[in-house]
Design a protein around this ligand. Structure first.
Ligand code: 5RP
Length: 230
């Protein structure tokens, strides 16, 4: 697929930003690694310099598998006190570096690993840029017994929550929980919204990344990779 104003496919843009993110990997360091198709491009590029890093802390079983298959050591997040950089994609990013994440259902571990890092480098193609968060259905990881209660709370805010399925069964996250995808929200105050939803009983993590926002965005465009610092 090509975007209307770009001769490059979306996949090619993902490859470009995945490769550009190598610039932020410090020699001899442990790298925080996100989840998704854009991060997969980064992992593939990282394999080319694997002898120059100590290893990675991963945000999902899927990324862990890919890292290990390429010979990159994966360390336990509990054993690593801090990371210089965390590299991940996003489903949306606004002009402040606030993001919506969780399209790959890995939002909780993504937020945990991001919180270990001094810098969050977000890698996206230009289709992910938005003026206001909320165009993409907002992923929320929840404890199953709270899903209906949390859905009602979103309805009071004007949203519609749907349980994410894998085939005809509820999707089960790496943490054994469920995902609600919420449409119909315009998230004009991401910091306040994230704090509010995170304190509802049964919410594991809301997919707004405002407290863990991007420090830098590498944006794949028809003109090449644009670097935006926040
Ligand atoms: C996974 C995520 C991903 O970063 C997000 O869904 C973007 O994925 P992709 O690079 O495949 O578009 O948050 O939970």
């Amino acid at each position: 697929m090509t975007t209307s104003d770009s001769p490059l496919t979306q996949d090619a843009l993902k490859t470009l930003v995945g490769q550009a993110a190598l610039h932020y990997v410090e020699p001899g360091s442990i790298v925080g690694v996100g989840t998704g198709s854009t991060v997969n491009k980064f992992i593939d590029a990282l394999a080319g310099i694997k002898d120059r890093i100590r290893g990675a802390v991963s945000s999902s079983e899927a990324s862990t598998q890919r890292l290990r298959a390429l010979g990159i050591e994966v360390l336990d997040a509990a054993e690593v006190p801090s990371l210089p950089v965390y590299i991940d994609g996003a489903d949306e990013i606004d002009a402040h570096g606030y993001m919506v994440k969780g399209g790959g259902a890995a939002l909780t571990r993504e937020k945990i690993v991001a919180a270990l890092a001094e810098r969050f480098v977000c890698i996206v193609d230009e289709s992910k840029q938005v003026a206001t968060l909320g165009r993409f259905p907002l992923p929320v990881e929840v404890i199953p017994m709270a899903a209906a209660q949390i859905s009602r709370r979103f309805a009071q805010l004007g949203g519609t929550a749907r349980l994410r399925l894998a085939g005809d069964q509820p999707l089960v996250t790496d943490n054994g929980q469920r995902i609600l995808d919420v449409t119909g929200l315009a998230i004009s105050e991401p910091l306040a919204f994230e704090s509010q939803v995170n304190q509802w009983p049964g919410v594991v993590t809301v997919g707004v990344f405002a407290h863990q926002k991007a420090s830098v965005c590498l944006l794949g465009t028809a003109q090449g990779v644009q670097t935006i610092a926040y």
